[in-house]
Design a protein around this ligand. Structure first.
Ligand code: AMP
Ligand code: ZN
Length: 114
């Protein structure tokens, strides 16, 4: 837990979020500024700043984030195609320094990404 972290505050319930899924290790909630018709975030409850801050002990946890996110994509109607994004660092557009997996779908996803 990081007292100043926005997503830790959401996990604690100090800031509201529209949740789609929660268990003791993982939380999924709708992105407040969706970039596609379906856009949600999946985060571990453990505070990790980003992919580059992961330790070996986080591998299983982030595997769960990915598996749960893919299942939620299918359950929310975008199983035919969705984009998974982890932004790491300012230059990549990371704005919240609690690791989070974006899942986007419901429109044609372009490649290369912006
Ligand atoms: P990133 O730019 O990869 O760090 O992604 C952070 C994401 O968090 C952005 O897509 C924001 O729209 C989203 N976001 C920021 N604050 C909230 C919030 N209070 N509830 C839900 N999503 C949020
Ligand atoms: Zn945090």
């Amino acid at each position: 837990m990081d007292a100043n972290c926005l997503f830790c505050k959401i996990i604690r319930g100090d800031i509201p979020a529209k949740k789609l899924y929660e268990n003791d290790e993982v939380l999924a909630f709708w992105d407040i500024s969706p970039q596609a018709p379906t856009h949600f975030l999946v985060i571990p409850k453990r505070h990790i700043a980003g992919p580059a801050a992961m330790g070996g002990e986080d591998e299983q946890l982030i595997g769960k984030v990915m598996r749960i996110g893919a299942r939620l994509a299918t359950e929310n109607g975008i199983g035919d195609g969705f984009r998974i994004v982890f932004n790491n660092g300012l230059e990549a557009g990371q704005t919240v320094f609690h690791i989070h997996m974006h899942i986007l779908g419901g429109r044609r996803m372009n490649w290369p990404p912006g």
